[in-house]
Design a protein around this ligand. Structure first.
Ligand code: PAF
Length: 275
């Protein structure tokens, strides 16, 4: 695998690579990322990954400096997954001057769910992803469904700005007990790790209830929030939403997803399940 730290170098590699699939990450890679890399490789001549911890998407109370930087271990995993090129810019390359131009996603899409609890987050994500897409110029970009709202915001950005790239969603990878793989799982204590799959079990319960005809979403959401709170969690939201725009369902046949975010100790976990 070749590691590129300049725009000229990654663009040159891209020009020589044929059909390119791109997987943007912030590093600290786990099996969820690696599954995306493998999926990316299935329909492309070369996979380009990026690792860049993007300051713009961190809130003032979120610790940008403490985000794990594990480049050597990440490179080994990428190499083993058959990734051809890694773009690993430093901050002075991505933000050589203060970033004063931003992508402003639709307020309706970023004032809800994660956006309500992380103001400015999706603006930072959309801005860096547009910049990465402009640098790498891939044919496809793979984004995990684990960050469902991020996937929606970026898919809409690509469509509305007519970017010449196809967004391909990747399925969430789970531990055998159901916990969605996430860099944040590393912050959980042993006891919290044992408790963590409860979030997935609550989502599964709602999914199964809706599938078998219970459409009292508010009751299901409230029951799940209560069940988590009783076990010491601090839930931010559990919400059944339309897949297309994450707004509350209107029509009987709207394809749905149930999304959740909750704090367990000091760790905030998010998860979702399509219904
Ligand atoms: O999902 C992530 O890891 C990040 O939000 C992304 C898409 C790489 C942008 O920094």
């Amino acid at each position: 695998m070749q590691i590129h730290t300049s725009i000229e170098s990654i663009r040159k590699a891209r020009r020589q690579a044929g059909k390119v699939a791109f997987v943007p990450t912030m590093g600290n890679l786990h099996e969820g990322h690696i599954t995306l890399m493998r999926q990316a490789g299935e329909n492309a001549d070369a996979v380009i990954a990026s690792i860049f911890v993007n300051r713009l998407q961190f809130g003032p109370s979120e610790d940008f400096n403490k985000y794990p930087r594990t480049l050597a271990a990440d490179c080994e995993k990428l190499e083993a997954a058959g990734v051809a090129h890694l773009f690993a810019p430093d901050e002075s390359l991505m933000y050589p001057e203060p970033q004063t131009y931003h992508v402003e996603p639709a307020p309706a899409q970023i004032s809800i769910l994660e956006g309500e609890f992380r103001p400015g987050h999706f603006r930072g994500v959309a801005t860096v992803v547009l910049k990465l897409l402009n640098i790498v110029q891939p044919d496809t970009a793979l984004l995990g469904k684990k960050d469902y709202q991020q996937l929606m915001v970026l898919t809409n950005m690509v469509r509305q700005l007519a970017l010449p790239v196809e967004v391909l969603p990747g399925e969430t990878v789970r531990a055998p007990d159901g916990l969605a793989l996430s860099s944040r799982n590393g912050y959980l204590s042993e006891a919290e790790r044992a408790e963590a799959p409860r979030l997935y079990r609550q989502l599964t319960h709602i999914r199964d209830a809706v599938r078998t005809g219970d459409h009292d979403f508010l009751k299901l959401e409230t029951e799940a929030m209560t069940a988590l709170t009783e076990e010491g969690w601090m839930p931010d939201y559990i919400a059944v939403r339309r897949r297309a725009d994450l707004q509350p369902p209107v029509h009987e046949d709207d394809p749905l997803v149930v999304l959740a975010a909750a704090k367990l100790g000091r760790t905030r976990l998010i998860d979702n399940l399509e219904i």
